[in-house]
Design a protein around this ligand. Structure first.
Ligand code: PMP
Ligand code: GLN
Length: 381
Protein backbone atom coordinates (compact mmCIF):
# COMPACT_ATOMS: atom_id res chain seq x y z
CA UNK A 1 0.00 0.00 0.00
CA UNK A 2 1.43 3.37 -0.92
CA UNK A 3 -1.29 5.90 -0.17
CA UNK A 4 -1.44 8.81 2.24
CA UNK A 5 -3.82 7.84 5.02
CA UNK A 6 -4.03 11.00 7.11
CA UNK A 7 -2.73 14.48 6.86
CA UNK A 8 -3.24 14.99 10.59
CA UNK A 9 -0.45 14.97 13.13
CA UNK A 10 -0.85 13.73 16.71
CA UNK A 11 -2.38 16.25 19.10
CA UNK A 12 0.07 17.82 21.52
CA UNK A 13 -2.09 16.73 24.47
CA UNK A 14 -1.62 13.05 23.65
CA UNK A 15 2.09 13.53 22.98
CA UNK A 16 2.77 15.37 26.23
CA UNK A 17 0.62 13.10 28.43
CA UNK A 18 2.44 10.04 27.02
CA UNK A 19 5.82 11.68 27.69
CA UNK A 20 4.70 12.55 31.22
CA UNK A 21 3.85 8.90 31.89
CA UNK A 22 7.14 7.68 30.36
CA UNK A 23 9.20 10.02 32.56
CA UNK A 24 7.07 9.77 35.72
CA UNK A 25 6.47 13.52 35.45
CA UNK A 26 3.84 15.55 37.28
CA UNK A 27 1.40 16.23 34.45
CA UNK A 28 0.48 19.91 34.28
CA UNK A 29 0.08 19.59 30.50
CA UNK A 30 -3.26 18.30 29.22
CA UNK A 31 -6.18 20.11 30.85
CA UNK A 32 -8.16 17.79 33.09
CA UNK A 33 -8.96 17.90 36.82
CA UNK A 34 -7.51 15.12 39.01
CA UNK A 35 -10.54 15.09 41.31
CA UNK A 36 -14.02 13.83 40.51
CA UNK A 37 -16.87 16.29 39.94
CA UNK A 38 -20.03 16.54 42.11
CA UNK A 39 -21.01 13.19 43.62
CA UNK A 40 -24.76 13.72 43.26
CA UNK A 41 -24.36 14.24 39.53
CA UNK A 42 -22.19 11.14 39.13
CA UNK A 43 -24.77 9.11 41.07
CA UNK A 44 -27.51 10.30 38.77
CA UNK A 45 -25.46 9.16 35.78
CA UNK A 46 -24.87 5.77 37.39
CA UNK A 47 -28.56 5.36 38.24
CA UNK A 48 -29.50 6.28 34.70
CA UNK A 49 -27.15 3.63 33.31
CA UNK A 50 -28.80 1.05 35.54
CA UNK A 51 -32.41 2.11 35.11
CA UNK A 52 -32.22 3.65 31.66
CA UNK A 53 -32.61 5.43 29.37
CA UNK A 54 -30.02 3.49 27.42
CA UNK A 55 -31.41 3.58 23.85
CA UNK A 56 -30.91 6.26 21.22
CA UNK A 57 -32.12 9.56 22.63
CA UNK A 58 -33.60 12.20 20.30
CA UNK A 59 -31.06 13.45 17.76
CA UNK A 60 -31.01 16.96 19.21
CA UNK A 61 -30.72 15.77 22.81
CA UNK A 62 -32.97 14.64 25.67
CA UNK A 63 -35.79 17.14 26.25
CA UNK A 64 -34.78 17.53 29.89
CA UNK A 65 -31.23 18.55 28.95
CA UNK A 66 -32.39 20.95 26.22
CA UNK A 67 -34.72 22.54 28.81
CA UNK A 68 -31.87 22.78 31.32
CA UNK A 69 -29.60 24.43 28.73
CA UNK A 70 -32.30 27.00 27.96
CA UNK A 71 -32.85 27.68 31.67
CA UNK A 72 -29.10 28.01 32.24
CA UNK A 73 -28.90 30.57 29.40
CA UNK A 74 -31.64 32.62 31.00
CA UNK A 75 -30.27 32.34 34.52
CA UNK A 76 -26.68 33.35 33.79
CA UNK A 77 -27.01 35.59 30.74
CA UNK A 78 -30.67 36.67 30.54
CA UNK A 79 -30.98 34.92 27.17
CA UNK A 80 -34.27 33.63 25.84
CA UNK A 81 -33.49 30.31 24.11
CA UNK A 82 -36.18 27.96 22.80
CA UNK A 83 -35.30 24.43 23.96
CA UNK A 84 -37.20 22.85 21.04
CA UNK A 85 -35.48 24.65 18.19
CA UNK A 86 -32.48 26.51 19.56
CA UNK A 87 -30.45 23.88 21.44
CA UNK A 88 -28.34 20.97 20.20
CA UNK A 89 -26.67 18.41 22.48
CA UNK A 90 -23.42 16.97 21.12
CA UNK A 91 -20.70 14.53 22.13
CA UNK A 92 -18.47 17.15 23.71
CA UNK A 93 -17.87 20.73 22.71
CA UNK A 94 -15.40 19.31 20.20
CA UNK A 95 -18.25 17.74 18.27
CA UNK A 96 -20.35 20.92 18.44
CA UNK A 97 -17.39 22.84 17.01
CA UNK A 98 -16.94 20.26 14.25
CA UNK A 99 -20.69 20.45 13.49
CA UNK A 100 -20.37 24.21 13.20
CA UNK A 101 -17.38 24.00 10.93
CA UNK A 102 -18.88 21.31 8.71
CA UNK A 103 -22.42 22.70 8.85
CA UNK A 104 -21.85 26.43 8.44
CA UNK A 105 -18.89 26.57 6.05
CA UNK A 106 -19.07 26.04 2.29
CA UNK A 107 -15.87 25.45 0.32
CA UNK A 108 -14.10 28.75 -0.25
CA UNK A 109 -15.72 30.56 2.69
CA UNK A 110 -13.31 32.47 4.87
CA UNK A 111 -13.19 31.88 8.62
CA UNK A 112 -11.67 34.40 11.02
CA UNK A 113 -9.80 32.96 14.00
CA UNK A 114 -7.66 34.27 16.81
CA UNK A 115 -4.25 32.91 17.62
CA UNK A 116 -3.40 31.31 20.03
CA UNK A 117 -6.04 28.80 18.91
CA UNK A 118 -7.29 25.45 20.16
CA UNK A 119 -5.86 22.62 18.14
CA UNK A 120 -9.07 21.07 16.81
CA UNK A 121 -10.17 24.21 14.94
CA UNK A 122 -7.93 24.33 11.88
CA UNK A 123 -8.23 20.67 10.84
CA UNK A 124 -12.03 20.87 10.96
CA UNK A 125 -12.25 24.22 9.17
CA UNK A 126 -10.00 22.95 6.42
CA UNK A 127 -12.01 19.71 6.08
CA UNK A 128 -15.07 21.90 5.73
CA UNK A 129 -13.38 23.67 2.82
CA UNK A 130 -12.92 26.89 4.78
CA UNK A 131 -9.99 29.25 4.41
CA UNK A 132 -8.57 30.36 7.74
CA UNK A 133 -7.78 34.05 8.25
CA UNK A 134 -5.86 34.28 11.49
CA UNK A 135 -5.49 37.33 13.73
CA UNK A 136 -2.81 37.17 16.40
CA UNK A 137 -3.22 38.23 19.99
CA UNK A 138 0.09 39.08 21.67
CA UNK A 139 1.29 38.37 25.19
CA UNK A 140 1.25 39.52 27.89
CA UNK A 141 -2.27 41.01 27.69
CA UNK A 142 -3.56 39.39 24.48
CA UNK A 143 -5.50 42.56 23.60
CA UNK A 144 -7.75 42.49 20.52
CA UNK A 145 -5.89 44.22 17.65
CA UNK A 146 -8.85 46.05 16.16
CA UNK A 147 -7.19 47.23 12.94
CA UNK A 148 -5.73 43.79 12.17
CA UNK A 149 -9.12 42.21 12.81
CA UNK A 150 -10.94 44.67 10.55
CA UNK A 151 -8.31 44.04 7.86
CA UNK A 152 -9.06 40.30 7.54
CA UNK A 153 -12.82 40.77 7.15
CA UNK A 154 -14.24 40.85 3.62
CA UNK A 155 -17.36 39.80 1.72
CA UNK A 156 -15.90 36.28 1.70
CA UNK A 157 -15.97 36.10 5.53
CA UNK A 158 -18.62 33.61 6.60
CA UNK A 159 -17.71 32.74 10.17
CA UNK A 160 -15.63 33.91 13.12
CA UNK A 161 -14.54 31.49 15.83
CA UNK A 162 -14.19 33.03 19.28
CA UNK A 163 -12.90 31.18 22.33
CA UNK A 164 -13.56 33.17 25.50
CA UNK A 165 -12.30 32.52 28.14
CA UNK A 166 -9.32 31.76 25.92
CA UNK A 167 -7.29 28.57 26.18
CA UNK A 168 -4.26 28.80 26.67
CA UNK A 169 -4.02 32.56 27.39
CA UNK A 170 -6.45 32.75 30.31
CA UNK A 171 -7.92 35.87 28.72
CA UNK A 172 -11.59 36.78 29.12
CA UNK A 173 -12.72 39.05 26.27
CA UNK A 174 -14.09 42.35 27.54
CA UNK A 175 -17.27 44.11 26.52
CA UNK A 176 -15.50 46.64 24.28
CA UNK A 177 -13.64 43.91 22.44
CA UNK A 178 -16.84 41.93 21.95
CA UNK A 179 -18.59 45.05 20.68
CA UNK A 180 -15.84 45.53 18.06
CA UNK A 181 -16.25 41.94 16.91
CA UNK A 182 -20.04 42.38 16.80
CA UNK A 183 -19.75 45.50 14.61
CA UNK A 184 -17.69 43.56 12.07
CA UNK A 185 -20.04 40.58 12.05
CA UNK A 186 -22.93 42.94 11.33
CA UNK A 187 -21.04 44.93 8.70
CA UNK A 188 -20.03 41.78 6.81
CA UNK A 189 -23.15 39.70 7.49
CA UNK A 190 -21.06 36.95 9.13
CA UNK A 191 -21.71 34.36 11.87
CA UNK A 192 -19.80 33.45 15.02
CA UNK A 193 -19.13 30.09 16.62
CA UNK A 194 -18.39 30.84 20.26
CA UNK A 195 -16.39 28.28 22.20
CA UNK A 196 -17.38 29.08 25.78
CA UNK A 197 -16.39 25.81 27.45
CA UNK A 198 -14.68 27.75 30.28
CA UNK A 199 -17.71 30.01 30.91
CA UNK A 200 -17.80 29.10 34.62
CA UNK A 201 -14.04 29.25 35.14
CA UNK A 202 -13.65 33.01 35.44
CA UNK A 203 -11.73 34.66 38.28
CA UNK A 204 -11.12 37.88 40.20
CA UNK A 205 -14.71 39.08 39.86
CA UNK A 206 -14.43 39.22 36.05
CA UNK A 207 -17.55 38.18 34.20
CA UNK A 208 -17.95 36.10 31.10
CA UNK A 209 -20.12 37.80 28.50
CA UNK A 210 -21.39 35.65 25.61
CA UNK A 211 -21.00 37.43 22.27
CA UNK A 212 -24.53 36.17 21.57
CA UNK A 213 -25.88 38.50 24.27
CA UNK A 214 -24.74 41.68 22.48
CA UNK A 215 -27.19 43.74 20.39
CA UNK A 216 -27.71 42.28 16.93
CA UNK A 217 -25.88 39.04 17.79
CA UNK A 218 -28.87 36.89 18.73
CA UNK A 219 -29.38 35.69 15.14
CA UNK A 220 -25.68 35.36 14.30
CA UNK A 221 -24.01 33.44 17.10
CA UNK A 222 -23.93 29.89 18.37
CA UNK A 223 -22.45 29.50 21.83
CA UNK A 224 -21.04 26.19 22.99
CA UNK A 225 -20.69 24.85 26.53
CA UNK A 226 -19.10 21.65 27.87
CA UNK A 227 -20.19 19.44 30.76
CA UNK A 228 -16.61 18.20 30.88
CA UNK A 229 -15.38 21.59 32.08
CA UNK A 230 -18.42 22.70 34.07
CA UNK A 231 -18.71 19.44 36.04
CA UNK A 232 -15.05 18.39 36.15
CA UNK A 233 -15.73 15.29 34.06
CA UNK A 234 -13.72 15.79 30.89
CA UNK A 235 -14.24 12.17 29.84
CA UNK A 236 -18.01 12.54 29.67
CA UNK A 237 -17.94 14.44 26.41
CA UNK A 238 -21.31 16.13 26.61
CA UNK A 239 -21.51 19.49 24.85
CA UNK A 240 -24.41 21.87 24.22
CA UNK A 241 -24.86 24.50 21.55
CA UNK A 242 -27.39 27.34 21.80
CA UNK A 243 -28.32 29.79 19.08
CA UNK A 244 -30.88 30.83 16.50
CA UNK A 245 -32.92 28.02 14.90
CA UNK A 246 -31.42 28.27 11.39
CA UNK A 247 -27.87 27.99 12.71
CA UNK A 248 -28.73 25.19 15.14
CA UNK A 249 -30.45 23.40 12.21
CA UNK A 250 -27.23 23.66 10.21
CA UNK A 251 -25.21 22.21 13.10
CA UNK A 252 -27.81 19.45 13.63
CA UNK A 253 -27.52 18.38 9.98
CA UNK A 254 -23.81 17.75 10.50
CA UNK A 255 -24.43 16.15 13.93
CA UNK A 256 -26.85 13.57 12.44
CA UNK A 257 -24.00 12.18 10.32
CA UNK A 258 -21.20 12.51 12.87
CA UNK A 259 -22.49 10.92 16.07
CA UNK A 260 -26.29 11.37 15.74
CA UNK A 261 -26.69 11.25 19.54
CA UNK A 262 -24.87 11.43 22.86
CA UNK A 263 -25.20 8.90 25.77
CA UNK A 264 -28.64 9.54 27.31
CA UNK A 265 -27.65 8.63 30.87
CA UNK A 266 -24.93 11.28 30.86
CA UNK A 267 -27.37 13.78 29.35
CA UNK A 268 -29.77 13.16 32.24
CA UNK A 269 -27.04 13.82 34.82
CA UNK A 270 -25.82 16.94 33.00
CA UNK A 271 -29.38 18.30 32.96
CA UNK A 272 -29.45 18.07 36.76
CA UNK A 273 -25.94 19.52 36.95
CA UNK A 274 -26.94 22.65 35.06
CA UNK A 275 -29.81 23.20 37.51
CA UNK A 276 -27.58 23.17 40.62
CA UNK A 277 -27.65 26.22 42.84
CA UNK A 278 -25.41 29.26 42.41
CA UNK A 279 -23.17 27.93 45.18
CA UNK A 280 -21.97 25.17 42.89
CA UNK A 281 -20.91 27.45 40.05
CA UNK A 282 -19.38 30.07 42.35
CA UNK A 283 -17.61 27.34 44.33
CA UNK A 284 -16.04 25.87 41.19
CA UNK A 285 -14.58 29.24 40.18
CA UNK A 286 -13.37 30.03 43.72
CA UNK A 287 -11.69 26.64 44.03
CA UNK A 288 -9.90 27.01 40.70
CA UNK A 289 -8.92 30.61 41.42
CA UNK A 290 -7.16 29.43 44.60
CA UNK A 291 -5.33 26.77 42.58
CA UNK A 292 -4.30 29.36 40.02
CA UNK A 293 -2.90 31.53 42.80
CA UNK A 294 -1.07 28.60 44.34
CA UNK A 295 0.63 27.58 41.10
CA UNK A 296 1.31 31.18 40.02
CA UNK A 297 3.07 31.93 43.32
CA UNK A 298 5.11 28.73 43.09
CA UNK A 299 6.17 29.35 39.50
CA UNK A 300 7.11 32.96 40.26
CA UNK A 301 9.19 31.82 43.25
CA UNK A 302 10.92 29.30 40.98
CA UNK A 303 11.90 32.15 38.65
CA UNK A 304 9.28 32.01 35.87
CA UNK A 305 7.58 35.15 34.59
CA UNK A 306 3.90 34.37 35.19
CA UNK A 307 1.33 36.02 32.92
CA UNK A 308 -2.07 36.95 34.36
CA UNK A 309 -4.91 34.45 33.88
CA UNK A 310 -8.50 35.51 34.55
CA UNK A 311 -10.16 32.39 33.19
CA UNK A 312 -9.78 28.72 32.07
CA UNK A 313 -7.72 25.98 33.74
CA UNK A 314 -4.46 27.43 32.51
CA UNK A 315 -1.74 29.96 32.98
CA UNK A 316 1.11 30.92 30.69
CA UNK A 317 4.66 31.30 32.00
CA UNK A 318 7.76 32.89 30.46
CA UNK A 319 10.85 30.70 30.90
CA UNK A 320 13.39 33.15 29.47
CA UNK A 321 13.67 34.65 32.96
CA UNK A 322 15.33 31.38 33.95
CA UNK A 323 18.03 32.03 31.39
CA UNK A 324 16.84 29.71 28.60
CA UNK A 325 16.31 30.91 25.05
CA UNK A 326 15.58 27.58 23.36
CA UNK A 327 12.28 26.80 21.61
CA UNK A 328 9.29 26.09 23.80
CA UNK A 329 9.22 22.48 22.57
CA UNK A 330 12.85 22.03 23.63
CA UNK A 331 12.11 23.67 26.98
CA UNK A 332 9.13 21.35 27.58
CA UNK A 333 11.35 18.38 26.82
CA UNK A 334 13.88 19.71 29.35
CA UNK A 335 11.11 20.28 31.91
CA UNK A 336 9.98 16.68 31.63
CA UNK A 337 13.41 15.08 31.56
CA UNK A 338 15.28 17.27 34.03
CA UNK A 339 12.56 18.52 36.39
CA UNK A 340 9.89 15.82 36.02
CA UNK A 341 7.09 18.27 35.19
CA UNK A 342 4.99 18.28 32.01
CA UNK A 343 3.65 21.46 30.40
CA UNK A 344 2.42 22.38 26.92
CA UNK A 345 4.54 24.47 24.54
CA UNK A 346 2.59 27.55 23.46
CA UNK A 347 3.64 26.93 19.85
CA UNK A 348 1.04 24.12 19.77
CA UNK A 349 -1.59 26.89 19.56
CA UNK A 350 -0.04 28.62 16.53
CA UNK A 351 0.03 27.70 12.87
CA UNK A 352 3.41 29.34 12.36
CA UNK A 353 5.93 31.69 13.99
CA UNK A 354 4.76 31.33 17.60
CA UNK A 355 6.00 33.81 20.21
CA UNK A 356 9.18 32.40 21.79
CA UNK A 357 9.58 31.72 25.48
CA UNK A 358 6.18 30.59 26.75
CA UNK A 359 4.69 27.38 28.10
CA UNK A 360 1.22 26.60 29.42
CA UNK A 361 0.66 25.03 32.83
CA UNK A 362 -2.65 23.49 33.93
CA UNK A 363 -3.64 24.26 37.52
CA UNK A 364 -6.83 22.18 38.01
CA UNK A 365 -4.95 19.66 40.16
CA UNK A 366 -4.92 18.69 43.84
CA UNK A 367 -2.90 21.13 45.95
CA UNK A 368 -0.40 18.40 46.81
CA UNK A 369 0.20 17.80 43.10
CA UNK A 370 0.73 21.51 42.40
CA UNK A 371 3.10 21.69 45.38
CA UNK A 372 5.06 18.67 44.18
CA UNK A 373 5.44 20.22 40.71
CA UNK A 374 6.69 23.47 42.22
CA UNK A 375 9.11 21.61 44.52
CA UNK A 376 10.52 19.77 41.49
CA UNK A 377 10.96 23.04 39.60
CA UNK A 378 12.75 24.57 42.59
CA UNK A 379 15.10 21.60 42.77
CA UNK A 380 16.04 21.90 39.08
CA UNK A 381 16.09 25.65 38.41
N1 PMP B 1 -12.55 24.05 23.32
C1 PMP B 1 -11.52 24.38 24.12
C2 PMP B 1 -10.97 25.76 24.06
C3 PMP B 1 -10.98 23.45 24.98
O1 PMP B 1 -9.93 23.77 25.74
C4 PMP B 1 -11.51 22.16 25.00
C5 PMP B 1 -10.81 21.19 25.88
N2 PMP B 1 -11.35 20.18 26.30
C6 PMP B 1 -12.60 21.85 24.17
C7 PMP B 1 -13.08 22.82 23.34
C8 PMP B 1 -13.22 20.49 24.10
O2 PMP B 1 -14.27 20.29 24.99
P1 PMP B 1 -14.97 18.85 25.12
O3 PMP B 1 -14.09 18.00 25.97
O4 PMP B 1 -16.31 19.11 25.72
O5 PMP B 1 -15.07 18.29 23.74
N1 GLN C 1 -8.72 20.94 26.23
C1 GLN C 1 -7.64 20.25 26.83
C2 GLN C 1 -6.41 21.12 26.90
O1 GLN C 1 -6.36 22.16 26.30
C3 GLN C 1 -7.24 18.99 26.12
C4 GLN C 1 -8.27 18.23 25.42
C5 GLN C 1 -7.65 17.11 24.65
O2 GLN C 1 -6.81 16.40 25.17
N2 GLN C 1 -8.02 16.99 23.42
O3 GLN C 1 -5.48 20.74 27.54
Amino acid sequence: VNRTLSRYGTTVFTVMSALAVRHGAVNLGQGFPDEEGPEAIRRLAADAVYEGPNQYPPMRGLAELREAVATHNRRFYGLDINPETEVLVTSGATEALACGMLGLIEPGDEVVLFEPLYDSYLPMIERGGGIARIVRLEPPDWRLPEAALAAVFSRRTKLLVLNSPLNPAGKVFGHEELASIARLLLAYDAFALCDEVYEHLVFDGASHVPLLSLPGMRERCVRIGSAGKTFSATGWKVGYASGPAPLIDALARAHQFLTFTTPPNLQRAVAAGLCQNDGYFGGLAAQQQAKRDRLAAGLAAAGFGVLPSTGTYFLVADYRRLGFDETDAAFCQRLIEEAGVAAIPLSAFYREAPPVGFVRFCFCKRDAVLDEAVARLHRRF
